[in-house]
Every structure is written in structure tokens, then in C-alpha cells.
Design a protein. Structure first.
Length: 159
């Protein structure tokens, strides 16, 4: 199964991810169709995991909590598409990296707009989500809300 192999970025993919301003994230609904892909601020770790923040009551969070895989596109809705396992995490190192990296990467966060803070995580206003890339989707794979998600990944669950 794809989740058991170690994912390796192709030349140019990691560079594109590093320089992208946003990723577009979709999850898989209970009926195995794709949700709408939404732009999200993100950062990446030294181990090449993607970190995002979300509202605790958001659709992404609810689906991720039930084990939905995450489909994400680098930079645009028609960018390179990857699939990953995702988990909501309270890991202090993850929270700290999000708090530290967002203002470095995003001008609005430097101004205090949409800036994650330790207190916003502590209050539960924001949750951290770790996405571990597991595979790439075929070249040209597009976000198509309501269309069946790629079958090998519909049953991806966190260990």
C-alpha cells in the first residue's frame, strides 16, 4: 500500500512547495467524493511534513479527525497534486513551528492579521494539522468537488 513506502519528492516538487504561498487542501467526504479545495497557509518541517492550522469546527478538521486523506495542490488549484495522511496534533514542537514560521512567510501574519499565537491554540480557537505526504497524484489531477476521490486513498487511515 502507498502509505507504507517512504515518500520521496521529485526534483522541483520540494522547491515548489518551499516557495509556494499557499496549498489548496481538499478532504474526502463520507460518500468518497472530494470536497472543495481551499487555499491554506502552511509551513514545512525539516522532515518534509506540511503543517497547517484550521478552525476546530471546520470541515477539514472534522474529516481529518475521522481519518480522511488530504489531497493538496502546490501553489494553485491546478498545481502539482499530492495525497497525504493528516492528523490534528497538539505537539508543542508543531505549534511552536507554526507560530514561528507563519510571520516569517506571510506579511499579513507579521502585521498580526491571522497570526497564530500560543494563546489561540490554548483556547482552542485554532488547531494544528500535520500532513505527511504519502504519494503524488497523476500529472494534471485537478480538484473536482463531488467527484470520486482516487480509490487507493479513500481508505487511508492513521495508524
Amino acid at each position: 500500500m502507498a502509505e507504507q513506502k517512504t515518500f520521496q519528492f521529485l526534483p522541483g516538487e520540494l522547491d515548489a512547495l518551499t516557495h509556494a504561498r499557499v496549498i489548496y487542501v481538499a478532504t474526502v467526504r463520507r460518500d468518497a467524493t472530494q470536497s472543495r479545495a481551499s487555499p491554506m497557509w502552511f509551513t514545512i518541517t525539516g522532515t518534509r511534513e506540511v503543517l497547517v492550522q484550521s478552525r476546530p469546527d471546520g470541515w477539514q478538521t472534522k474529516r481529518i479527525r475521522r481519518g480522511s486523506p488530504v489531497l493538496f495542490w502546490i501553489g494553485t488549484r491546478r498545481g502539482r497534486a499530492l495525497v497525504g495522511r493528516a492528523e490534528v496534533t497538539g505537539d508543542p514542537a508543531v505549534l511552536e513551528q507554526i507560530i514561528k514560521d507563519y510571520p516569517r512567510k506571510y506579511w499579513l501574519a507579521r502585521l498580526g492579521i491571522h497570526r497564530p499565537t500560543k494563546s489561540s491554540f490554548e483556547r482552542g480557537d485554532r488547531l494544528a494539522i500535520r500532513i505527511i505526504p504519502i504519494d503524488r497524484l497523476p500529472q494534471g489531477f485537478n480538484s473536482q468537488p463531488g467527484v470520486a476521490a482516487p480509490k487507493p486513498y479513500v481508505s487511508v487511515k492513521l495508524g
